[in-house]
Design a protein around this ligand. Structure first.
Ligand code: AMP
Ligand code: TRP
Length: 328
């Protein structure tokens, strides 16, 4: 059984990109692997400055993770701040990564540029060091993520190699795994940007809790191009390619094969909307049930923190020994 770890930030509603790029693969991998999934509230703190928001988002995200199918019997689902070893190893990782390496991270460049007029925390810059701690604490072999996170997994490997070289073999080197379909879901209104909760408008972003009618409307309004030929070409026809990729991720048929089945943009859009809505309906009803039982959610998260903590404590102790801190 491979050890698998991946995490998601509690920064608002979960969208179709998160689901097809990440969550769905977490669920499909949970029986074959030993899986750990964290709700990374400390990462979300890099862009949060209001009281109460993180806790609310955390419990909602936990309900969503169980609603999409993570089974608490086999998957360890935990909240990052409940396992203090993340912060502790995070500092050690900050001392193992260079300023130059962090400066090259595209996610930092994008996020800090978007927050130009806003407060840019130092945590936003050192974010990948904390992410490296998340991964290395669990000796993860595989990290299932969307394409956008590959760079963060690469820097984690670089940090692990450097630490092992400095202090002796301590950390296991992880690798990123991205799904063949759905790795990069694009914004429906701006198909050259990835679908994201920080998009300018919600109209191009499909949330997992959107009502079926809203989902269908968003797909009907999807931006395509001025031709009228359905063909899979990411470069020349990003809007159509995105719809084909989404439909492919939902149905399992390849985007090229799907392209052959359509002659009109309208039919592709409405089939896509209907397929996504149908996929999300059962998830939405499980979500509602779970949100009505917060005591149970709390219990599941405490079990997760307990299991995660046991692994994390052992790894942190190994790192401390390797460094040779004077024992207390
Ligand atoms: P985030 O919303 O940035 O916290 O991302 C959580 C997970 O969803 C990560 O594994 C991302 O790689 C994945 N993800 C986020 N946006 C997309 C997208 N538009 N397409 C595919 N995967 C995505
Ligand atoms: N940086 C990831 C994102 O924005 C979230 C994340 C934090 C993560 N720690 C992780 C993902 C560890 C995978 C493994 O989506």
């Amino acid at each position: 059984m491979a050890r698998v770890l991946s995490c998601i930030q509690p920064t608002g509603d979960v969208h179709l990109g998160n689901y097809l790029g990440a969550l769905r693969n977490w669920v499909s991998g949970q029986h074959a692997n030993d899986v750990f999934h964290g709700i990374v509230d400390l990462h979300a703190l890099t862009i949060t400055d209001k009281p109460g928001v993180l806790g609310k988002n955390t419990v909602e995200l936990a309900a969503m993770l169980f609603a999409v199918g993570l089974d608490p019997e086999v998957a360890t689902v935990f909240v990052q701040s409940h396992v203090p070893e993340h912060s502790q190893l995070g500092w050690i990782m900050e001392c193992t990564v260079s300023f130059g390496e962090l400066s090259r991270m595209t996610q930092f460049k994008d996020k800090s540029a978007k927050r130009e007029a806003d407060f840019v925390s130092a945590g936003l810059f050192t974010y990948p060091a904390l992410q490296a701690a998340d991964i290395l604490l669990y000796d993860a072999a595989e990290v299932p993520v969307g394409d956008d996170q590959r760079q963060h997994i690469e820097i984690t490997r670089d940090i692990a190699v450097r630490f092992n070289h400095r202090f002796g073999d301590t950390f296991f080197l992880p690798k990123a795994v991205t799904p063949p379909a759905g790795a990069r879901v694009m914004d429906l209104l701006d198909p050259t940007s990835k679908m994201s909760k920080s998009s300018e408008t919600d109209a191009g972003c499909v949330y997992l809790l959107d009502a079926p009618s809203a989902i269908e409307k968003k797909f009907k309004r999807a931006v395509t191009d001025s031709e009228n030929e359905v063909r899979y070409d990411r470069e020349a026809k990003p809007g159509i390619a995105n719809l084909l990729d989404i439909l492919s991720a939902v149905t399992g048929t390849s985007p090229q094969q799907l392209a052959d089945q359509y002659t009109q943009y309208g039919a592709l859009k409405s089939d896509c909307g209907a397929a996504v809505a149908a996929m999300l309906t059962p998830i939405q009803s499980r979500y509602t049930e779970l949100m009505n039982d917060k005591a149970e959610l709390g219990r599941l998260l405490r079990i997760g923190a307990e299991k995660a903590g046991t692994v994390a404590q052992a790894t942190l102790a190994r790192a401390h020994d390797a460094i040779g801190f004077y024992p207390r």
